[in-house]
Design a protein around this ligand. Sequence first.
Ligand SMILES: *Cc1c(COP(=O)(O)O)cnc(C)c1O
Length: 387
Amino acid sequence: MDFIDLAAQQQRIRNLLEENVLKVMDHGQYIMGPEVKALEDNLAGFTGVKHAISCSSGTDALLMALMAYGVGPGDAIFTSPFTFIATAEVVALLGATPVFVDIDPRTYNIDPEKLEAAISAVKQNNPQLYPLPANKHAQPLTPRGIIPVDLFGLPADYDRIKAIAKEHDLFVVEDAAQAFGAEYHGKKAGSLADIACTSFFPAKPLGGYGDGGMCFTDGDALADFMISVRIHGKGSDKYDNIRVGINGRLDTFQAAVLLAKFSLFPEEVTLRQQVAERYSSLLAGNGSIVVPYIPQGFLSVWAQYSLLARNGSQRSAIQGALQKEGIPTAIYYPKPLHVQTAFAALDYRPGDFPVSADCAERIFSLPMHPYLKEGDQKKIADVINRI
Ligand SMILES: *Cc1c(COP(=O)(O)O)cnc(C)c1O
């Protein structure tokens, strides 16, 4: 059994994939070819956002978004410690300081109440109010922005987050790397903040056959900035450089692959719901594990189907029993960001974010993709329910 079965998907669109890739080889525009613009137009339409700017990865999408806000040393950017390293890595890469905010234990997304506490703590420079990172600058940190993560494909609570952002004059960048296709009160992930960033890493809900990413925004000036920064800070001409940028283009080949995959995507979002619902009903009678919680008005795209075991040893027992049956599982994330060596300079303590620490010890994810068969799911649930 595969954790994510990309072969089943490929089989359905193999001809279209080959056609699209061969077209690129025929026209030869490997850099910024017509497929790149076509993909941007398609995904802008899908999310209902004015500008879609493709780029080389989800990480570069986040980097470009923060660069558009001129994020730099002395800035505080609030985000979750229970996410992939890239979310906070780009903050540190620009010399700014990630300020971690613990998660809601039910959704695993940033907790708006704790977000308010963390912003107050930074503003008053008072770690008694909320755990703060070490600040090596002469001045107190300046709150600048929030990066909520739509973890496992479930959007964060943007109404509450945006109200807090407005009150404190902060920008919001949606990390929708795992959430393309998800919805929040009728709006698509990718349209839920000032800028949204997604990833086309092969394992994401809309994945390519390599790296890729995209930024979404309704802001004309933000879009212009990101379009420029994506190609070495270009001005009106590529040899007129008006700012320092990056080489952040999406390959034409990846755009061609993604266009083929996008033709199946809306149907796959529906199939993912069915797979997730089946898991949850098969596991409903199991009193010792916690199935995913989807609040009213939210639609997850189920990048992961994650369960909470009672404790670390029960998790190991379940993973071991599944492995014996040839069923792969994964742990997202075994180590929250505040205890990662890369962020040692922030000087956080392991106990600073107890919900994240607790989830890291108990969470695990089951095989999840649109083509998972009911029989396989029953087998998985049987193994789990026997423990
Ligand atoms: C995958 C991921 C990223 C980074 O995307 P890449 O395309 O791998 O660079 C960023 N944030 C989150 C939450 C992710 O899951």
